[in-house]
Design a protein around this ligand. Sequence first.
Ligand SMILES: CC(C)(COP(=O)(O)OP(=O)(O)OC[C@H]1O[C@@H](n2cnc3c(N)ncnc32)[C@H](O)[C@@H]1OP(=O)(O)O)[C@@H](O)C(=O)NCCC(=O)NCCS
Length: 177
Amino acid sequence: MSPRPRFRSSKKHACGRSPRINANRAHLKPWEPLRPRSFYTLQSIQNRLEAMERQMEAESALHLLLFRRDSGQLIGDCNFTNIVRGPFQACHLGFSIARDCEGQGLMRECLATAIEYVFGELGLHRIMANYRPENERSARLLTGLRFEREGIARAYLKLNGAWADHVLTSLINPADC
Ligand SMILES: CC(C)(COP(=O)(O)OP(=O)(O)OC[C@H]1O[C@@H](n2cnc3c(N)ncnc32)[C@H](O)[C@@H]1OP(=O)(O)O)[C@@H](O)C(=O)NCCC(=O)NCCS
């Protein structure tokens, strides 16, 4: 694994860093559902972390929190959710990084390592990642990781209070091609 990003899945570490989550509210707003004020309370954060742990135990998701090695700051997350087995062997991918950590290649590095794990260790066949057409950073990131564009889904997710079209992309496990 790279010496730069560090993966951890820890309730204790994440809860202690909730001010960081609050600091990025405006940065994430265009790309997320509308959040009630209570979403940012410590209790709500704890509840979500517990839900994540339950999903991981049930093997229906892989939730990864990204911390800087030097300062220990929580800087982002990437989530492989809706893991479906059987003939599909697929999941969805979502990700975000703090505004002051953008443009350094950190998310790309994290995703490259995580994807290797999802394909190599979890044995999944397909990772699906979808983004709003105006989300140029996500487009560049996914193209660089060799995700293939599959089409446009109209009014796909309700983000920031309005239904938003999305570009659909996916990456197939190279071992299955
Ligand atoms: C989407 C998001 C994660 C992309 O983050 P990012 O930092 O742009 O992505 P990367 O880690 O791939 O960084 C790539 C950038 O770092 C630069 N870079 C610097 N050093 C680098 C290195 N060693 N390796 C790779 N890239 C490097 C690249 O040139 C590129 O810069 P550019 O975007 O100005 O061309 C981030 O913008 C974000 O969290 N946005 C808000 C939430 C969001 O949109 N989530 C996704 C919803 S679908």
